[in-house]
Design a protein around this ligand. Structure first.
Ligand code: GLA
Length: 735
């Protein structure tokens, strides 16, 4: 009976809707934990003020893990009830509270949420005696941050009366928009969370070109959601732009309130790969004499491709069908090789300098690492094999991606000879790396100089030599050596203490007959860029772990300028793995599509390319979508990253609104990234004088692989919110 009444009310009333109180501002904050901080009469005026738009680490409480409290005084007018359609419940929305929270209203606990990255909200009956109508109320939140980001962020923060729309929710974020041929396919999952009422309404999908402000398409469908029902609505959009937003809204019949979600839609700039042959190898490749050599020539074009090479050094041979070069070279030296790749349309040749000596990683490593997608528990032999297959079948291997790095999670126990065994998820490491090699790819592994890895598994402390030998026997090509529990072993606040375990593993790796790229990971402590090369590491992490947020991306990516001068062939700054595609168990408890918008992803890859950073894809490669693929498989983006001059981009102009970074290239030209840090599409002016260039310049758009024309002294470009323009400047007379 009640249900019919409610439904009738909803259907017959049109313009009344709930008022809402904004509670995003005015919060007080204190670290620590005291019971009386929950009380409404507690004196909190002397506490710090805090914003709810950022976690506390970004607001002067860097690295603080533990308990802290948020408090807010808020007046609740009874007009809220009068103005609402339904007069029975109030909802308090508190955004995300990481990692754990207990919320009190006027000293009474409303509940606990022990899950991070989830919307914390409480519904209360208007008659609940905890609420003080027409008086000040105090919301107090006890928060526990166990690791990394802590506190309130990512709203909404409101107190409002419940409305029919409160029972409807969408799931958009976990379902990425994917390209299928020339259409963009989207999916909306829409839920009716009410056990009491059926909800009828209109679902509207609206696509807007942000540059022209033109509507690209609109779809409207009537939808009936039965009690507790969810429905999936699929749509395909054919007209899309290079910077566009999709708004999904649902308006229940009989209410003016609607719920809206807006997402930036993906746009592919990389052109479709051509059928004619293109060789994507860097100009140089380093290997040690007398060690097993493996190199797969990366090339695109209509298959089958046939591979050939002139002047290969003695000891190497090339498989003409697979393009894989193997063997051993005993004599050191620089070998200028000519690579030739053919298909039935054309033939291309390219110089390839094989440097046999004592250097590896003459260009930044390209490949994949398991951590950001699979974490410690889910990485397995099966995942690694399928990822290796996907690297080949997706075609990414043809752009030079070669490493398949197993991060933390493979380690078992030491046997009676102290030899570390892999765990049950990795039955045979040698067979696994043989498989990886058979595809022309390389195998990476992970350990720590301490007794335990960051994931608390067995690590190399006191067994360094044994481990290096084991890696060599297994056929490992890359070692990430992560400080973790070594912190308790030696005083790592001194340079000597910090360097000691890395020097030790260097000696161990030098004594085995295998080329193993050595990646130091100690999160940038004691400026590793200043001494990483000297102690023989090929790359070193410059910061703590990345995650897939704009905050993390910019706070890691845009601080790399002071380290630029230390990057050189064989020794690179590592701003951490890529956070595009489907990510998960490394830093989040669920598998999800990257939270970065498409434009933010352009910023990510543009910046990492310019920084000569290792490009270690770290998503679930088995389900890579066309957009993510287009970001990673752009041969001109890779060329900038792999350029033989081996310079890292420098920041040449910074304002509050934009950054311009430039990387000098081997051929005398420059690659330039123009980054829009604002919330709106903006026109950015780039003056060539910033690079002391007075000549006219040809400008080539790297993402679109298109020469835009000759420009006199500057270039103006419209850049999307948080997006990037990526160009190459070629002197007038050099084209
Ligand atoms: C540290 C590293 C990560 C990852 C994990 C594995 O946090 O910085 O990149 O390797 O350890 O436990």
């Amino acid at each position: 009976m009640r249900y019919f009444k409610l439904l009738f009310l909803v259907l017959s009333t049109s313009s009344l809707f709930a008022q809402s109180i904004d509670i995003s501002k005015g919060w007080k904050f204190k670290i620590g934990d005291q019971k009386e901080w929950s009380k409404s009469n507690f004196y909190d005026k002397s506490w710090d003020t805090i914003q709810t738009s950022m976690y506390w680490e970004a607001q002067g409480f860097a690295d603080y893990d533990g308990y802290a409290w948020y408090r807010l005084h808020v007046f609740l007018p009874s007009s809220l009830i009068n103005n609402s359609l339904w007069k029975d419940s109030l909802e308090i929305k508190l955004g995300w509270i990481d990692d754990w929270s207990e919320t009190y209203l006027n000293g009474v606990s409303l509940g606990i949420v022990d899950h991070y990255r989830t919307n914390v909200k409480y519904k209360l009956s208007v008659n609940n005696s905890i609420i003080k109508w027409n008086k000040e109320n105090v919301i107090a939140i006890r928060v526990l941050d166990r690791k990394r980001k802590g506190g309130m962020y990512f709203g909404p923060y409101t107190i409002s009366m419940c409305d029919i729309t409160d029972y409807v929710s969408f799931n958009l974020l976990d379902i990425p928009l994917k390209f299928n041929g020339d259409s963009l396919i989207g999916e909306v999952k829409i839920y009716n969370n009410s056990p009491l009422i059926d909800i009828k309404g209109t679902l509207k999908i609206h696509a807007l070109d942000i540059r022209s402000k033109q509507t690209l398409s609109t779809i409207e469908v009537p939808i009936l959601l039965n009690k507790n029902e969810n429905k999936i609505f699929k749509y395909a959009l054919k007209n899309y732009a290079t910077y566009w937003y999709i708004t999904v809204s649902f308006t229940p019949n009989g209410t003016a309130n609607s719920i809206n979600y807006q997402v930036e839609a993906p746009y592919i700039l990389t052109p479709k790969v051509s059928d004619s042959v293109k060789i994507n190898t860097p100009a140089v490749f380093g290997a040690h004499s007398g060690h097993p050599f493996l190199y797969k020539i990366p090339a695109t074009g209509k298959t089958p491709l046939t591979y050939n090479a002139n002047n290969l050094p003695k000891g190497l041979s090339l498989n003409a069908e697979t393009g894989i070069i193997t063997g051993k070279v005993s004599d050191t030296g620089n070998y200028s090789v000519e690579l030739i790749v053919k298909n039935n349309l054309n033939s291309k040749s390219q110089k390839f300098n094989i440097v046999i000596g004592d250097k590896l990683s003459l260009t930044p490593p390209l490949g994949w690492a398991s951590w950001n997608a699979w974490g410690k528990r889910r990485v397995s032999d099966d995942v690694i094999r399928k990822t290796s297959d996907a690297m080949v079948h997706s075609g990414l291997i043809n752009y030079g991606y070669s490493f398949i790095n197993i991060d933390d999670g493979w380690e078992g126990i030491r046997d009676s000879d102290s030899i570390l065994q892999s765990n049950e998820k990795f039955p045979d490491m040698k067979a696994l790396s043989d498989y990886i090699h058979s595809l022309g790819l390389k195998a990476g592994i992970y350990s720590s100089p301490g007794p335990r890895t960051c994931g608390n598994l067995v690590a190399s402390y006191k067994n360094e030599m044994i481990d290096a030998r084991t890696y060599a026997e297994w056929g490992i090509d890359y070692l990430k050596y992560d400080l973790c529990s070594y912190v308790g072993i030696e005083d790592v606040s001194t340079l000597e203490g910090m360097q000691k375990p890395y020097r030790l593993m260097r000696r161990c790796l030098d004594s085995v007959e295998r080329d193993i790229v050595y990646a130091m990971c100690q999160y940038g402590m004691l400026k590793p860029w200043e001494w990483g090369a000297e102690i023989g590491t090929n790359l070193w992490r410059t910061t703590s772990d990345i995650d897939d947020t704009w905050y993390s991306l910019t706070n890691i990516g845009f601080i790399q300028d002071p380290y630029a001068e230390y990057a050189k062939a064989g020794h690179w700054n590592d701003p951490d793995m890529l956070v595009v595609g489907t990510l998960g168990y490394g830093f989040s408890s669920t598998m999800h599509y990257t939270q970065l918008t498409p434009s933010e992803q352009y910023t990510h890859i543009t910046l990492w390319s310019l920084l000569a950073a290792p490009l270690l894809i770290s998503c679930d490669l088995m389900q890579i979508d066309d957009f993510t693929f287009s970001l990673l498989a752009n041969s001109e983006m890779i060329e900038v990253n792999q350029d033989a001059l081996a310079k890292q981009a420098k920041l040449i102009k910074r304002t509050a609104e934009y950054d311009i970074w430039a990387k000098p290239l081997f051929d005398g030209s420059y690659a330039v990234g123009i980054f829009n840090k604002t919330e709106n599409l903006s026109e950015i002016h780039f003056d060539f004088a910033l690079l002391n260039l007075s000549d006219k310049q040809w400008i080539r758009d790297i993402w679109r692989q298109k020469t835009l024309g000759l420009f006199n002294s500057s270039y103006n470009v419209e850049v999307p919110r948080h997006g990037a323009a990526f160009i190459k400047l070629i002197a007038y007379n050099k084209k």
